[in-house]
Design a protein around this ligand. Structure first.
Ligand code: ATP
Length: 479
C-alpha cells in the first residue's frame, strides 16, 4: 500500500492492466447510469444461506444499524448507525483515510459542501444524465429499475411493464426561504465533483504537481428507485473517493496501479481472496468519460456485486468545469513550460456498503467449550471496540482496579466496560461484536497486580502484569 518509490508509476502488472483497446471518451451526451455492466449474481454465496438475516438481526440487536425512524414505522430504506455501528463505520473510513492520505505524500484531503452551486451538476452532466431507467408494472403498479429486473415484475411476476423512462436520481431542494427556480439546489449524488471544482484551489494552496490526488469522505444522496439489500443500496450513504491527477500519458499505468492498490486494501483488512474480485468493464460498458473502468466486487449472499469503481476518467471532468466556469483548470509546469489538463484516476468506494461487506465476511459460528458461539472475526482496526474491560464481579474492591486498567487503555483503544452477567456470557457478547481482546480483572488482580487477557479468535488466555498491558495491546492493535 505504499506509493511508488519514484515519481513515475510502476509498470502495469499483468492482472491489473488496463484494456489496451479502451475506447477514447466520447464528448457527447452521457449515457444513463443504468447502462453500467451487470454484476454477476450467478455465483451467490451458499456457504451460509441465512447469513443476510443473521447480519441484519445482529446489527439491530447489538446496536450497529437501526431502521431510521423506527418508532414511526421506518422511512424508505434509510438507516441509523447505533453506538457500535458508528464506531465501526468510523473505523472503515479511518482505515481508508490512513491508506489513501496519511501514509502517502501525494494525496491531500478536502471536505466539500453537500449543497453547492447547481451549475456543478449542469457542467458534470448529472442534471441531464444522472438517470436510471424506470418502469412501472401495469398489474401491481410497483416501480422498478429496468436494468435490475430481467423484464418481469419481482412482486407479482407480470411482464406487463411500461416502457423505461429516464428518472433523475438527484434529490432536489431549495436554498433559502423562497421556493422558485432560482433557488433550486441539489444534494450531491457523489463526492467526486467537490474535488474537481476545487482542483485549482488545492493546486495553488498545496503547490502539488501531478501525479497527486485529492481525497474526500462524506455523505452522498441518490433517489434510488429500488433501495435494497439492507445498507447495500440506500438513498443516503457515505462514499470514500479519491481523484488522482496524472500526466495524460501516464493514465493507463496509474489506473493499473490503483486497481492493485485498492484490492490490496480490502485483502489487508480481512476480505478473503475467494470473496473478492476485480472485474474490468468491456469497452461497450464504459461510461462516456471513462477510458477504462474496473469494479472491485465482493461476493455477497446474492452473488458478486460492486464495492468500488475505479475509473480512468481522462480529462473529461476538468475540461467540462473549465468550459462551464471559464476558469483554467490545468497544470502549468514552470520548469518545462508545459501546460496540460491532467487525466484523473478515480477509486470511488462506498463506506456504508463496504462496512456491510466487512460484517458479512467476518461473521462466523463455532463451538467453545461445547457451546455454540457467534463471532465476528473482524480485523482489529475495524472492530467497534478493540478491548473490553471486565471485572469478574460487581464487588466494589474490583471496580477500583478495573477502572484504573480502563483509564490506562482508553488513550490507545476504544474500550467497552461491562460488569453485567456471568463472565462467560460477557465473553460471548464481545465475540459477537468482534472485540479482539477482553481484559478480565479478578480477585487475584488485587494481590498480584495482573489481569487475564483473552483473545477472541483462539479464546486463549494469558496472564499479564498490569504495567505490561499497554505495551502488549499497542503491539497487537497496530493501525
Ligand atoms: P451502482 O451500480 O451499485 O448503482 P454506481 O456504479 O452508480 O453503483 P458509483 O457512482 O461508482 O456507483 O459510486 C461509487 C461507490 O459508492 C459504489 O461502488 C458503492 O460502493 C457506493 N454507492 C453508490 N450508490 C450507493 C447507494 N445507493 N447506496 C450505498 N452505496 C452506494
Amino acid at each position: 500500500m505504499n506509493p511508488p518509490a519514484a515519481e513515475m508509476p510502476p509498470a502495469a502488472p499483468a492482472t491489473g492492466a488496463a484494456p489496451a483497446t479502451g475506447a477514447a471518451p466520447a464528448t457527447g451526451a452521457a449515457p444513463a447510469t443504468g447502462a453500467a455492466a451487470q454484476p454477476d449474481h450467478a455465483q451467490p454465496d451458499h456457504a451460509q444461506p441465512d447469513l443476510m438475516d443473521k447480519i441484519v438481526n445482529l446489527a439491530k440487536r447489538r446496536g450497529f444499524i437501526f431502521p431510521s425512524g423506527e418508532i414511526y414505522g421506518g422511512f424508505r430504506s434509510t438507516y441509523d448507525y447505533g453506538p457500535l455501528g458508528v464506531l465501526m463505520l468510523r473505523n472503515v473510513k479511518e482505515a481508508w483515510w490512513r491508506s489513501m492520505v496519511q501514509y502517502r505524500d501525494d494525496v491531500v484531503g478536502i471536505d466539500a459542501a453537500i449543497l453547492s452551486s447547481p451549475r456543478i451538476w449542469e457542467a458534470s452532466g448529472h442534471l441531464a444524465n444522472f438517470t436510471d431507467p424506470l418502469v412501472d408494472c401495469r398489474q401491481c403498479h410497483e416501480r422498478w429499475r429496468a436494468d435490475k429486473i430481467d423484464g418481469r415484475c419481482p412482486t407479482c411476476g407480470s411482464t406487463d411493464l411500461t416502457d423505461a423512462r429516464a428518472f433523475n436520481l438527484m434529490f432536489k431542494t431549495h436554498a433559502g426561504p423562497v421556493e422558485e427556480d432560482a433557488t433550486v439546489a441539489y444534494l450531491r449524488p457523489e463526492t467526486a465533483q467537490g474535488m474537481f471544482v476545487n482542483f485549482a484551489n488545492v493546486l495553488q494552496t498545496t503547490r502539488r504537481k501531478p501525479p497527486f490526488g485529492i481525497a474526500q469522505v462524506g455523505k452522498s444522496f441518490r433517489n434510488e428507485i429500488t433501495p435494497q439489500n439492507f445498507v447495500f443500496r440506500t438513498r443516503e450513504f457515505e462514499q470514500m473517493e479519491m481523484e488522482f491527477f496524472v500526466p495524460p500519458a501516464d493514465g493507463d499505468r496509474w489506473f493499473a496501479y490503483w486497481c492493485e492498490e485498492r484490492m490490496a486494501w480490502y485483502r489487508d483488512l480481512g476480505i478473503p481472496e475467494d470473496k473478492l474480485r476485480l472485474r474490468h468493464h468491456e469497452a461497450e460498458e464504459l461510461s462516456h468519460y471513462s477510458k477504462a473502468t474496473a469494479d472491485v466486487e465482493f461476493r455477497f449472499p446474492w452473488g458478486f456485486d460492486e464495492l468500488e469503481g475505479i475509473a480512468n476518467r481522462t480529462d473529461y471532468d476538468l475540461k467540462a468545469h473549465a468550459a462551464a466556469s471559464g476558469e483554467r483548470l490545468e497544470y502549468f509546469d514552470q520548469a518545462t513550460g508545459e501546460r496540460y489538463v491532467p487525466y484523473v484516476i478515480e477509486p470511488a468506494a462506498g463506506a456504508t456498503r463496504t462496512m456491510m461487506a466487512f460484517l458479512l465476511a467476518a461473521y462466523d459460528e463455532d463451538e467453545v467449550g461445547g457451546e455454540k458461539r457467534a463471532v465476528l472475526r473482524l480485523d482489529h482496526r475495524l472492530s467497534p471496540y478493540q478491548v473490553a474491560v471486565l471485572p469478574l464481579s460487581k464487588k466494589k474492591e474490583l471496580e477500583g482496579v478495573a477502572r484504573e486498567v480502563l483509564a490506562m487503555i482508553q488513550p490507545i483503544a476504544m474500550c467497552d466496560y461491562d460488569v453485567t452477567q456471568s463472565i462467560g456470557r460477557r465473553y460471548r457478547r464481545q465475540d459477537e461484536v468482534g472485540t479482539p481482546y477482553c481484559v478480565t480483572v479478578d480477585f487475584e488482580s488485587l494481590e498480584d497486580r495482573a489481569v487475564t487477557v483473552r483473545e477472541r479468535d483462539t479464546t486463549e488466555q494469558v496472564r499479564l502484569a498490569i504495567p505490561d498491558l499497554v505495551g502488549f495491546l499497542r503491539e497487537h492493535l497496530k493501525r
